[in-house]
Design a protein around this ligand. Structure first.
Ligand SMILES: Cc1ncc(COP(=O)(O)O)c(C=O)c1O
Length: 307
């Protein structure tokens, strides 16, 4: 990651190195925050933020679940104001391909009662590049020993800061075993998702992905791929997927804002399909790239132009 120049904090743009919070802030101590990760792409019509409205909507939904007030620096924010603040941050940083807003309890408070603890919003912008590294030969996955926390433990459909320790543990487990990523099963033993990506399989001529009720994050890239792949003529089903179905799939790929479309060629030391990046994941990855970079204007509704 290359850091940006300015960070938006409670209504003001300040230098990256000056963006600080107190060590006793509730969010720092207990993970009480909700964040988003959003991509910025160059298109023929200038910079565009991919599906910004949907990202803001998901973040505001997460704040509703957490019961956060959306008042920052004495002003009340709705989805439009948060959208505008993100755009302002992108405009004021020169080399941005990723933007990360976060709303968190910034008040200094000891104890688990989050009622009446003041919140803050911070928006950082940076250059991330390729999140998972080179994927020409596909990614290696392990099945994590950590379980995807289900909806009875934490709101799986919201990007709540504290919930991400499970993803960090699973990612570390993967990296220690020489893999790129980890896939997590849910409490029923079904395939849920990866540490920061949803998962798709291509099996018997159909594209399958876990249902949103399987304790997954309802990914915006996932939603885009379901629509685009359907338009390309593929049958796409949201369903239950077992570990056996995953390992014996013809193709597997992950989707996420940071990872984009990342083909998987090995899981737990077993080759997926031919062990090479498959035709369908290649085709879908190529189409997704055309969509996000504004080369296929059929999906221009998803591009939020910066200027
Ligand atoms: C746990 C998890 N699953 C899936 C995703 C993919 O979601 P999206 O496509 O909205 O980035 C992310 C990334 O935000 C994530 O953190």
């Amino acid at each position: 990651m290359e850091k940006g120049e300015l960070i938006w904090l409670n209504g003001k743009l300040i230098k990256w190195d000056d963006a600080r919070i107190h060590v006793m802030s509730h969010g720092f101590n207990y993970g009480t925050g909700v964040f988003e990760g959003i991509r910025v792409y160059d298109t023929p019509k200038g910079k565009s933020v991919f599906r910004l409205k949907e990202h803001v909507h998901r973040m505001v939904g997460g704040c509703k679940i957490m019961g956060f007030d959306l008042e920052f620096g004495g002003k009340t924010y709705g989805e439009q104001e948060i959208y505008d603040a993100i755009m302002e941050t992108v405009r004021n940083n020169s080399n941005v391909d990723y933007v990360k807003p976060c709303i968190f309890l910034s008040g200094e408070e000891v104890g688990l009662n989050p009622v009446n603890v003041p919140s803050s919003m911070v928006i950082s912008a940076m250059f991330m590049g390729n999140y998972l590294g080179e994927s020409d030969n596909g990614m290696k996955l392990i099945t994590s020993s950590w379980q995807r926390p289900d909806n009875l433990c934490s709101p799986a459909g919201a990007k709540v800061n504290g919930s991400y320790i499970t993803s960090c543990l699973a990612k570390k487990e993967a990296v220690r075993q020489g893999a790129d990523e980890a896939v997590m099963l849910n409490s029923c033993g079904h395939v849920a998702e990866c540490t920061g990506e949803n998962i798709f399989v291509y099996r018997n001529g159909k594209i399958l992905t876990p249902l949103t009720s399987e304790s997954i994050l309802e990914g915006i890239t996932r939603n885009s791929i379901i629509e685009v792949a359907g338009d390309m003529g593929y049958t796409v089903e949201e369903t239950l997927i077992s570990r056996a179905q995953l390992i014996t799939a013809d193709e597997v790929w992950m989707t996420g804002t940071a990872a984009e479309v990342a083909p998987v060629t090995m899981i737990d030391g077993r080759a997926i399909g031919t062990g090479k990046v498959g035709k369908v994941s290649k085709e879908i990855g190529k189409k997704f790239h055309e969509v996000v970079t504004g080369k296929d204007l059929k999906y221009e509704k998803w591009l939020d132009y910066v200027n």
